[in-house]
Design a binder for this molecule. Structure first.
Ligand code: CA
Length: 445
């Protein structure tokens, strides 16, 4: 039944291009890997990024946007499903090493994914870049709603030789390993531009998960560091890594410029929603804009990240928006903007921010969590003891965005309320969590 509706919708869109120009905007979501809150020039950062900055100028710059996870896979699991990552069974990094049980986890068939939802409403779907939601064929993007995939499935590859940190070749066209010459950032842009050109006459959903500025720190003029089965330093051989980091971000920014240009050349600029965001905070090589902590921590520096979005047809231009928003909200938001959320097999955890992007509204106060040990409600944030944190920490982000003044002892009532909320939310997602295989035998079962 659902398939019939999908086919009927697809036909309707195909034969009737006039059917609500702005009702079926194209969607391009570009996501950097480990880019910090203080890296981009539009966030007063240290790297000139004119093309990403132009999205902020033509649209909205979010100041309180957060990745769902403080590392790669959890954020991607939440982004692709609209759910908390724990519910998808991926609250951890899916690793390359086969000796680790997390190597066998991935996006399971039972999930209702964002690309599946877009495909069902007649969108052509493509992903070019980093997947990081499982190594096995059943986890491939092609199995989860994407018509096209070119890129890599691990956490990072050599930008030039495309070898992952376990020493395996990791560049795919769909489910086939495929050698392709080129700097990964350039290939990701090239395939994205090509996808837009080929689909200029029908609605498309393009997901562009970039590799930059994740290690290895290599720019287009560097040589490959990794060889198959070889002995190499994961972070690359360059001595001046900070310069490499800047060059990588600038190369990605040029790619964003190429995508914006091809949209203009095909008269798609006006009715395409373009999002640029990051998947977690920066490492020590980048800048988190004065926020405490970095990638891998639940301090703000681990998950408050840059996010700019434009849709000239419907969104205001040159706005700064203070709404609290997470990666998992994009699915509900975009589904709402492209015809409504529709039939969901599972309640989404993310909520639609469409009204808060279209209009200058008072920010919606909400309660959200990071993992099972960190919660935010309004401007209050509570961190339970966790890696690097020995005692409960309570911060008022309104007056103390740098998280320096622990109010846990002076505000016991706030701690108590947040703790109860966190326990309830964490228990709820845990109860609904998708089971993940932990060995090859379980994968093949
Ligand atoms: Ca990352």
């Amino acid at each position: 039944m659902r398939l019939q509706i999908a086919v009927a919708l697809a036909c309707l869109v195909a034969v009737n291009p006039a059917w609500g120009e702005s009702a079926h905007p194209n969607v391009v979501l570009i996501m950097a890997d480990d880019l910090g809150y203080g890296d981009l020039s539009c966030y007063d950062g240290w790297i000139e990024t004119p093309h990403i900055d132009s999205i902020a100028r033509n649209g909205i710059r979010l100041t309180d946007y957060h990745s769902n996870g403080n590392v790669c896979s959890p954020t991607r699991a939440a982004l692709m499903t609209g759910l908390y990552q724990q519910k998808v069974g991926i609250p951890f990094v899916v690793v390359a090493a086969e000796g680790n049980t997390n190597h066998f986890a991935g996006l399971q068939d039972t999930e209702w994914t964002w690309p599946e939802a877009m495909a069902a409403r007649g969108y052509r779907t493509g992903v070019f870049g980093k997947w990081h939601l499982g190594y096995f064929p059943q986890y491939n993007p092609i199995q989860h709603g994407f018509d096209e995939f070119k890129g890599y499935v691990s956490g990072n590859i050599d930008f030039i030789s495309h070898i992952d940190q376990a020493g395996n070749e990791d560049w795919w066209h769909g489910k086939k390993l495929k050698r392709e010459k080129g700097y990964s950032t350039h290939l990701i842009t090239k395939h994205s531009v090509d996808f837009i050109k080929r689909n200029a006459r029908r609605p498309f959903f393009l997901y562009v998960p970039h590799e930059a500025p994740h290690y290895p720190y290599q720019s287009p003029n560097d040589k490959a560091d990794r060889t198959v089965g070889g002995d190499f330093e994961n972070h690359g051989s360059r001595v001046d890594k900070k310069n490499a980091y800047r060059e990588m971000v600038q190369e990605m920014d040029k790619g964003v410029g190429e995508i914006l240009t091809v949209l203009k050349e095909n008269n798609l600029f006006y009715n395409t929603i373009v999002v640029f965001c990051s998947d977690n905070g920066a490492t020590a090589l980048g800048h988190n804009g004065g926020l405490r902590g970095q990638k891998g921590t639940n301090y703000e520096g681990g998950h408050r990240v840059p996010c700019v979005v434009q849709w000239p047809a419907e969104f205001p231009a040159n706005r700064i928006n203070d709404q609290l928003m997470l990666s998992m909200d994009w699915m509900a938001t975009i589904l709402t903007l492209t015809g409504g959320v529709g039939v969901t097999e599972r309640q989404l955890d993310g909520i639609s921010m469409s009204e808060y992007l279209k209009e200058d509204k008072e920010p919606l106060e909400r309660t959200v969590m990071w993992g099972a040990n960190t919660i935010r409600s309004g401007n209050w944030k509570l961190l339970l003891p966790q890696k690097g944190i020995k005692t409960k920490l309570l911060f008022d982000l309104e007056s103390d965005p740098g998280e320096t003044n622990n109010l846990a002892e002076s505000k016991p009532d706030v701690v108590k309320t947040l703790l109860a909320d966190l326990r309830k939310m964490a228990t709820d997602v845990e109860a609904k969590a998708t089971n993940q295989p932990k060995s090859l035998e379980e994968i093949n079962r």
